[in-house]
Design a protein around this ligand. Structure first.
Ligand SMILES: [Zn+2]
Length: 592
């Protein structure tokens, strides 16, 4: 092993997008967006919804539309990437806002297009949709027809788009800015959120306890404004759902995800009925830690005292090697993320916490964002985000409409990437105690992805309904819901302390993407089954797996997964995934 140094972390080279924030090309691109949108509107408005529309005209329009959207996504993505590595620099915040404003101004001239797709008479649609030219756009067009019934008139849609940056989007940005500026006082130091959350993995209980108090203190200080943001966004969603005729708070997410409510409910029910696995594991963990009772700050406590820190270059080696063992093609696709600096892993104040991968358009490569602290689990995060990156690279052969995977499949390659890296990472650890610790870490991550996300989904369901039925709520009301909903998952194996009730205040998904979270559980359980199939089948699995990823969002999740031989409507399929988690817990019991 090389030196245990986690400095020298990579930062992005964004020059494939723009030379910098002052690049004149950026300004020129932004300047051109509205004119291009106006030209598109002039060329096609009134022609798409006509009875005599031809497949050829529709196809040309879709190609032009795609070019326009790509031109819009590029400066927007650049601004987002710059902003997430430094949310304090006001120039970056201003650029982000400007790209959003220009984007909205351009979008108002494009709204007619999807509306007209929806307005096409059914006979006309049936006549053109079978045309071979439209094959690459077929799924998009069919989905747009479904969405059309929830759209308002063009003028109403324009007003909504034009005011979005001062409504929900603005509150979302405010949440990000507040969260990224938050500091947490531990002893005499002010820590960032990433640094603080890392302390929950500290072997010393006292340190975890202090971190827990620090998190709670800061969240409580900001509770007024964060709760205001949440109440406002909940109410905005209620209004929008009413205007758009969605019967429940979750309905628009399911429609976007192209997944039936029944399937989501099946996933949720199966997971809830398997909460016992979580309780079972935490009873074991309590014994391993030698404690009488576990509480919220013991959840991620390592079962070993010291944890190996893995330098970033070694993490790179582990990830590339394990990907290479699955398929050389997989390793080759991951390699440029390192050599061409598509990864930003540095730790610094004002940088957003967490990790993500940004796939922009099919003709641009993705970028990986993370905070690399160095313990083995950060190697898993790296593998996770690179998995997303590979998914985007493979889906790069699709057009823009089919490029971004639909949410329920969005976590497939990322979770699969983690699975591939796990064994290799295990093998790099010298002591059996550390290997058990890594297995426990993996189990806890799986819980966090499956059961915790389902619990959060249930919290969101209850919180939205509470706001709808009883009006604006004080933070304490959401605290109580949060506490009860999360406690259900642990049974009597871990008792959440009073401080924990405030911790919904730092979950970004609740603010940014309502009901997103069940997609994580969906993805993880799916991948457990996929991985089991890979282990049974070996190399012949690889091309089918690549086909699944390459398909992007060109078909619904149910169709794509059916191609892999699975039926997502069956509770047995989801139970099989839960059974695999139970097996891991049994393995940990044996190792212990
Ligand atoms: Zn992910």
């Amino acid at each position: 092993m090389s030196t245990k140094d986690t400095s020298n972390l990579p930062t992005w080279d964004l020059s494939d997008l723009y030379a910098g924030i002052d690049d004149p090309k950026l300004e020129a691109d932004l300047d051109g967006l509205v004119d291009q949108a106006v030209a598109f509107e002039k060329k096609y408005k009134g022609r798409i919804s006509r009875e005599d529309v031809t497949a050829e005209l529709l196809c040309t329009a879709l190609e032009d539309y795609e070019v326009l959207l790509k031109a819009q996504y590029k400066p927007g993505a650049f601004a987002n990437l710059l902003f997430s590595t430094d949310t304090i620099d006001s120039q970056r915040g201003a650029l982000l806002q400007r790209t959003r404003e220009v984007g909205s101004a351009a979008s108002t001239h494009l709204i007619f297009f999807d509306l007209e797709i929806g307005e096409m008479p059914q006979e006309t649609f049936d006549r053109v949709i079978g045309d071979p030219q439209l094959v690459p756009y077929r799924h998009y067009l069919e989905h747009e027809r479904v969405l059309a019934s929830h759209r308002l008139s063009e003028i109403e849609e324009k007003i909504l788009e034009e005011t979005a940056n001062t409504r929900g989007r603005a509150f979302g940005r405010l949440f990000t800015e507040i969260s990224s500026r938050q500091t947490f006082r531990v002893d005499d130091k002010e820590l960032t959120q990433s640094e603080l959350l890392a302390l929950f993995y500290d072997p010393k209980r006292e340190t975890r306890k202090t971190a827990s108090a620090a998190l709670t203190n800061t969240l409580k200080q900001d509770a007024h404004v964060l709760n205001f943001i949440l109440n406002t966004l909940f109410h905005e969603k209620q209004i929008m759902d009413g205007l758009r005729n969605f019967p429940s708070p979750e309905a628009d997410r399911h429609l976007d995800n192209e997944i039936d409510e029944i399937v989501v409910n099946t996933v949720v029910d199966v997971c809830v009925s398997n909460y016992g696995i979580v309780a079972d594991y935490y009873h074991l963990k309590r014994r391993l830690l030698g404690l009488d009772e576990l509480t919220h700050y013991d959840r991620y406590a390592p079962i070993t005292g010291e944890q190996t820190k893995i330098p970033f270059d070694e993490a790179q080696e582990i990830v590339l090697d394990s990907f290479g063992q699955f398929s050389t093609q997989l390793a080759e696709m991951a390699e440029p993320f390192f050599s061409k600096r598509w990864i930003d892993a540095e730790l610094k104040a004002g940088k957003q916490s967490g990790a993500y991968c940004a796939g922009i358009t099919p003709d641009l490569h993705p970028y990986v964002f993370m905070n690399y602290v160095g313990e083995p689990r950060y190697v898993m995060t790296l593998a996770h985000e690179l998995g997303h990156g590979i998914h985007d690279v493979l889906a790069g052969k699709q057009n823009l409409f089919n490029y971004h995977p639909v949410l329920p499949l969005a976590e497939t390659a990322s979770t699969f990437g983690e699975m591939l890296v796990f064994d290799k990472l295990q093998a790099t650890l010298s002591s059996s105690q550390e290997r058990l610790a890594l297995l426990c870490g993996k189990i806890e991550d799986t819980f966090a992805t499956v059961f915790r996300q389902i619990a959060m989904y249930r919290f969101e369901q209850r919180a939205h309904r509470l706001r709808r039925e009883k009006g604006e709520q004080p933070a304490e009301a959401y605290c109580e819901l949060w506490q009860n909903t999360m406690q259900e998952m642990f049974g009597d194996s871990l008792i959440l302390g009073d401080e924990h009730k405030w911790w919904w205040l730092y979950i970004p998904h609740i603010i940014r993407t309502p009901f997103y979270v069940y997609a994580y559980a969906f993805g993880e359980l799916l991948v457990l089954s996929l991985y089991a199939q890979y282990q049974q089948e070996g190399p012949s699995f690889v091309p089918r797996y690549f086909d699944l990823l390459s398909a992007g969002s060109s078909a619904s999740p149910a169709e794509l997964v059916a191609n892999m031989g699975f039926d997502i409507t069956s509770p047995d399929f989801w139970q099989a995934g839960c059974d695999l988690i139970r097996q891991e817990v049994e393995e940990a019991k044996k190792l212990a």
